[in-house]
Design a protein. Structure first.
Lengths: 260, 261
């Protein structure tokens, strides 16, 4: 769609010109409110060179990225098996579901004060809240995914006397995977939101820490740099997950087509 | 799928599950293995919850904090719906607008709502304006996306039929396009309410001087785990009530449409 790309390109260009015009050119927006492109650039140089909020950009990005990836993987490693179990066994579902029903309405961000009380301001508390925010969507969507598998497929597997282990790896997991990946994408988004919030509340390093210090210093250029960093990190991890999904679902052309 | 089980069996197992969960929590808290400061028992949390209903903590009682939070939430949510739904619908109907707005929207989508906190505080202060902006940032995208989907995926045959019968375009919008996008809009509102409520909690943890989130931060600063947990319970209950209310509206609308057809 060349027309779409062209209009998109023009829009972004117009926004950039407006940004320059309103800040540097005409001075309608004072620099205390929103930074000019030059101020943003100098803030970027500042944080990547001399460092800001306790470290340079690389350390902050590394800290945040590492926490999200670890917390997310940990949540998958625990959430997906539980979801499979709940999807497969009606007993497990009946036993566990009510516990979920009472915990689920509490937003992950509300666990932050408790995590700080329990584990302090370091990495452990962040891992806990990220795990929490990513765990729930991965369980629920895996569970829904198993329930979505065509009954005849399951019955055929039973009838042919498939061993349990192979049943899990060759029927249950692949069958649930389209929904599972939807859940993982939600989990990933939730992980970023929670991490940024947790770092804003209190941290030693990380993008949220940069945002927090910049807010206290009234440094709009640095705030914008922090926000752009959050967006780029969120975008690239989502892309990475999308690529993993493409590989994992390669056998399932219908599911891939549905995703566009 | 494993074998089916009877309803009574399933309810029984459910209660057993809850009992195990609460029993384990209570047992762990009262056994002395974990200090009470870290893990108060469910009874302690309940006591604290009922105390907070009457006694002030961090400037207000729990209902007072909840009222402050809910007011902010209502402003932010209504604002997001008022701007987001028309924008989404227009984007669905007019391709040019879609092509202009989509790249900007996609670029902004990856900024976690909570990352707007510093600018929100800078632009609108930490009283009521800042938190409203954060709630708006959380609740806005689902409103736009679902209204857009609702408008875009109208059965083309309906539009063709209306056009063929010579319906004027304002009537096509009012009587064909709008009604068929309602279900999608309502489910968007439900997602939005959830995200908005969660963003509110985040905003209040970071910048605010009243509200449940603020109460929890104060509880945390005073190492009052019971206050923090009571706050979590209150937040969960309000979130649940919001979701149930919107679910009810969704069902009423669906039923009315079922009768209409």
């Amino acid at each position: 769609m060349p027309r779409r790309v062209l209009i998109g390109f023009v829009t972004i260009l117009v926004v950039c010109i407006l940004w320059y015009g309103m800040t540097t050119g005409l001075g309608i927006i004072p620099s205390g409110r929103f930074p000019s492109p030059a101020e943003t650039w100098s803030a970027l140089i500042h944080v990547s060179g001399r460092g800001y909020g306790g470290g340079d950009l690389a350390i902050h990005v590394y800290t945040s990225l590492r926490l999200v990836v670890l917390g997310f993987l940990f949540a998958i490693a625990t959430g997906v098996p539980l979801g499979l179990l709940m999807g497969w066994s009606r007993r497990a579902e009946a036993f566990i579901n009510p516990i979920f029903l009472i915990i689920r309405p509490i937003p992950p961000l509300a666990w932050i004060p408790l995590a700080i009380l329990w584990l302090g301001l370091g990495d452990a508390a962040k891992m806990m809240v990220i795990w929490f925010s990513a765990f729930v969507p991965s369980v629920i969507n895996t569970y829904a995914g198993v329930r979505n598998i065509d009954r005849p497929v399951l019955e055929a597997a039973y009838m042919l006397g498939m061993p349990k282990a192979r049943f899990v790896t060759e029927v249950l997991v692949p069958g649930a995977s389209p929904m599972m990946f939807t859940g993982l994408r939600l989990s990933l988004q939730a992980s970023w939101t929670t991490l940024v919030a947790a770092e804003l509340v209190g941290a030693f390093y990380g993008i949220g820490r940069v945002l927090n210090v910049a807010q206290q210093d009234l440094y709009p250029g640095m705030i914008l740099v922090g926000m752009i960093a959050v967006a780029i990190l969120g975008w690239s991890t989502t892309k990475a997950l999308g690529m993993a999904e493409q590989r994992a679902l390669r056998w399932n052309t219908a599911a891939l087509a549905a995703r566009g | 799928m494993n074998k089916q089980i009877s309803l009574a069996h399933s309810v029984g197992l459910g209660f057993l599950g809850l009992a195990c969960f609460i029993g384990l929590w209570h047992g762990l808290a009262t056994s002395g293995l974990v200090p009470a400061v870290f893990l108060p028992s469910p009874v302690d949390v309940y006591d604290r919850f009922s105390t907070l209903l009457e006694r002030r903590f961090a400037g207000a009682t729990l209902p007072g904090h909840l009222a402050a939070s809910f007011q902010r939430f209502a402003y932010g949510f209504v604002l997001a719906a008022l701007i987001g739904i028309p924008l989404g619908l227009l984007m669905g109907w007019y391709q040019v607008l879609d092509e202009i707005v989509s790249p900007l929207f996609d670029a902004l989508r990856f900024v976690a709502p909570i990352a707007w906190v510093p600018f929100a505080a800078l632009w609108f202060g930490t009283g009521i304006g800042g938190p409203i902006m954060i709630i708006f940032a959380g609740a806005f995208p689902p409103c736009v996306i679902n209204a857009y989907r609702g408008a875009k995926f109208v059965d083309p045959r309906l539009i063709e039929a209306a056009n063929m019968l010579g319906t004027p375009s304002h009537r096509v919008i009012r009587e064909v396009l709008l009604p068929s996008s309602v279900p999608s809009i309502i489910s968007g509102l439900r997602v939005s309410a959830g995200l908005g409520w969660q963003s509110l909690v985040g905003a209040e943890l970071i910048v605010a001087s009243a509200g449940v989130g603020y109460m929890m931060v104060q509880g945390q600063a005073n190492v009052s785990t019971t206050t923090v947990m009571a706050g979590m319970v209150a937040i969960g209950l309000v979130g649940l009530a919001l979701d149930s209310a919107l679910r009810l509206i969704e069902r009423i609308i669906q039923r009315r449409r079922g009768l209409d057809q």
